[in-house]
Design a protein around this ligand. Structure first.
Ligand SMILES: CC(C)c1onc(-c2c(Cl)cccc2Cl)c1COc1ccc(-c2ccc3c(C(=O)O)csc3c2)cc1
Length: 229
């Protein structure tokens, strides 16, 4: 059912996903530094900046991405960064596959000066991702599909991106049937998470504004990718 080419595609994406991770010296700080709203915000800003750099490297390894129009490549990265980071942080926070960062990351997010109204939808999302028990391949493919969303602002060659995304959706659908035979709805549930990511993306724009009004500074890379300042 999964063709040889599709197996090669899964392997390429999974390898890239596992190869590109935030360096230990950055994530280690989450375990060491003090807890205060200020310190938590600074640390989250640092890991988010590092995660964006990791995301750019991962994206360059998505087969076909570098053949897209250069400006579209930027538009896809800007448009998907927040959603890709929600997926990545969801993996870290998942208590099913505890990384050493699960508790500290949750604590620092909860106490980073973010307004309460975003906490509930954010942690509901994290819970809904956890309940899916996604495999590594599914995580990597879902992130790839999020990046290759054609209807981001300023994307010109909509069809070219759509063709790439459809290739990945086709692989993910087959993979879900194989890896979750007892759950025929699993693929549909995964796609439902993509819809929820868009809602969180809208919340995130307000989140940034609420941090900004409390005079929180972001790094140049985050300002550029999120169009703040
Ligand atoms: C600018 C900052 C205050 C901010 O604004 N919005 C969000 C933000 C939030 Cl608070 C939630 C979701 C998405 C975003 Cl952008 C953030 C913080 O974003 C994060 C990005 C990425 C990680 C993240 C990734 C991987 C890993 C790993 C690993 O791979 O081993 C170990 S620890 C860890 C930590 C956490 C937070």
């Amino acid at each position: 059912e999964i063709t040889k080419e599709q197996r090669a595609l899964i392997k390429a994406i999974l390898d890239a996903y596992n190869r590109h991770q935030i360096p230990q010296d950055v994530t280690k700080k989450l375990l060491q530094e003090q807890y205060s709203a200020e310190e938590n915000f600074l640390l989250l800003t640092e890991v988010a900046t590092s995660q964006v750099q990791v995301l750019v490297e991962f994206t360059k390894n998505i087969p076909g991405f570098l053949s897209l129009d250069r400006e579209d490549q930027i538009a896809l990265l800007k448009g998907s960064a927040v959603e890709a980071m929600f997926l990545r942080s969801a993996q870290v926070l998942s208590k099913k596959m505890p990384s050493g960062y699960t508790e500290v990351l949750e604590e620092r997010i909860r106490k980073s000066g973010m307004s309460e109204e975003f906490m509930t939808p954010m942690f509901n999302f994290y819970k809904s991702i956890e309940e899916l028990h996604m495999t590594q391949e599914e995580q990597a493919l879902l992130t790839t599909i999020t990046i290759l969303t054609p209807d981001r602002p300023y994307v010109k060659s909509h069809e070219a991106v759509e063709r790439l995304q459809e290739t990945m959706l086709d692989v993910l659908r087959k993979l879900c049937v194989l890896q979750h035979p007892q759950e025929p709805q699993y693929f549909a549930r995964l796609l439902g998470r993509l819809t929820e990511l868009r809602t969180l993306h809208h919340y995130h724009v307000e989140m940034l504004t609420s941090w900004k009004t409390n005079d929180h500074k972001f790094t140049p890379l985050l300002c550029e990718i999120w169009d703040v300042q």
